[in-house]
Design a binder for this molecule. Structure first.
Ligand code: BGC
Length: 364
């Protein structure tokens, strides 16, 4: 552990500003007492899931006897860079990073690399860096495929088995995507479009706004308020025009609820997808208001990341199941991808209650 501390100190000579320890830093007991220190950098506390991820990681790492420094950057890239620099300074032996901007961490991770600190990208791929050793995530392309499938099933274009029903449409839909700086957003969108594009080409689906490119439909910072504003701008095309809005591709539950709230003025049901199985959205799925969500068990994701940390600190090789999908622009990052699950009104009890993720009373 000392080697890291010394190298980190050297790094600090060149990075003075970034090396001031942030409030709450424990000084990295890992350097002195032989207990490994694991730095966990998470994007923000504004989304239920990241809070759960942080708690799961902290609990599981602590139970292995590691010291943990967990920090949230509230979606501010500079804050996250400072936090990671602080962890390196504190003598971290491994870093687990849920990035905000996947392309903004090269410099600070180069410092980690020079200090011999392995970096695991958590949930979101870190791009353009040679210093990311491993990636723990869900199969993000598949998440998008599920969202595209769910939208088509909700509209009746596909049946429950995923077979085309032959309905001619046209169905009017609008598309929303996640934050353009999050590598996952592209995977979700392209996975969904792999299902939707043929139906757009055939005219069964129509996007009245004409906005179908990721650049036009992205939601910077995954900010629900930004999505709500965009939805409000789209609505006049469906008010008193005789054009009915049938569905919205929403990339996660926060954006799904923002869309549903805005679209309430239409006074009609709407097929809206989601992701994360957030409690508020699961309730809406149970009521039939939100058509679906995608469940990603963050307990399992934490287990995968913790297993990687453990293997690396023990001098072993983390288990991976994908060595081709995630090219970060510099290297193909070895990945362990978990399987997401589509959740609808028909299966939410089996998938979410029987698995112990939620108690039936919580959903109501
Ligand atoms: C995660 C989603 C999450 C979104 C917004 C994505 O990278 O995979 O689960 O909803 O970020 O935080």
């Amino acid at each position: 552990m000392r080697r890291h501390a010394v190298l980190a100190a050297l790094t600090c000579l060149t990075l003075t500003a970034a090396c001031s320890a942030p409030a709450g830093t424990d000084g990295g007991g890992g350097e002195d007492d032989g207990v490994p220190l694991v730095g966990v950098a998470m994007p923000s506390t504004t989304l239920e899931r990241w809070v759960g991820d942080g708690e799961n990681l902290e609990a599981q790492l602590s139970s292995l006897g590691y010291e943990v420094q967990l920090q949230y950057a509230e979606n501010d890239v500079a804050t996250q860079v400072d936090q990671i620099a602080g962890m390196i300074d504190a003598g971290a032996d491994a870093l687990v990073v849920g990035s905000i901007d996947g392309s903004a961490l090269q410099a600070v991770l180069a410092d980690a690399g020079r200090a011999g600190i392995p970096v695991i990208a958590y949930d979101r791929l870190i791009r353009d860096s040679a210093d990311v050793e491993y990636y723990a995530s869900f199969d993000n392309w598949r998440v998008g495929v599920m969202q595209g499938t769910a939208l088509l099933q909700g509209l009746g274009v596909l049946d429950a088995a995923g077979q085309a029903t032959g309905v001619p449409g046209p169905f009017h839909v609008e598309l929303f995507a996640g934050s353009p700086d999050d590598n996952n957003a592209t995977f979700f969108f392209e996975g969904a479009m792999s299902l939707l594009q043929p139906h757009l080409d055939s005219g069964v689906l129509v996007v009245p706004s004409g906005q179908t490119a990721l650049a036009d439909i992205g939601t910077p910072g995954w900010d629900n308020a930004v999505a709500a504003e965009r939805m409000a701008r789209l609505l006049p095309a469906y008010q008193g025009t005789g054009v009915r809005l049938d569905g919205v591709l929403a990339p996660n539950d926060g954006i799904a609820r923002a869309v549903l709230d805005e679209a309430a003025v239409l006074g009609q049901p709407l097929v809206v997808t989601g992701q994360d199985a957030e409690l508020d959205s699961v309730r809406l799925v149970a009521e039939g208001v939100q058509q679906s969500t995608v469940y990603k068990d963050t307990r399992q994701l934490a287990e995968v990341a913790v297993g990687m940390v453990r293997a690396l600190l023990d001098g072993g090789e983390p288990e991976v199941n994908d060595t081709t999908s995630y090219d970060n622009g510099v290297r193909v990052v070895r990945s362990y991808l978990l399987t997401p699950q589509l959740v609808t009104q028909d299966n939410y009890e089996r998938v979410l209650v029987d698995s112990g993720y939620y108690a039936a009373e919580e959903i109501g």
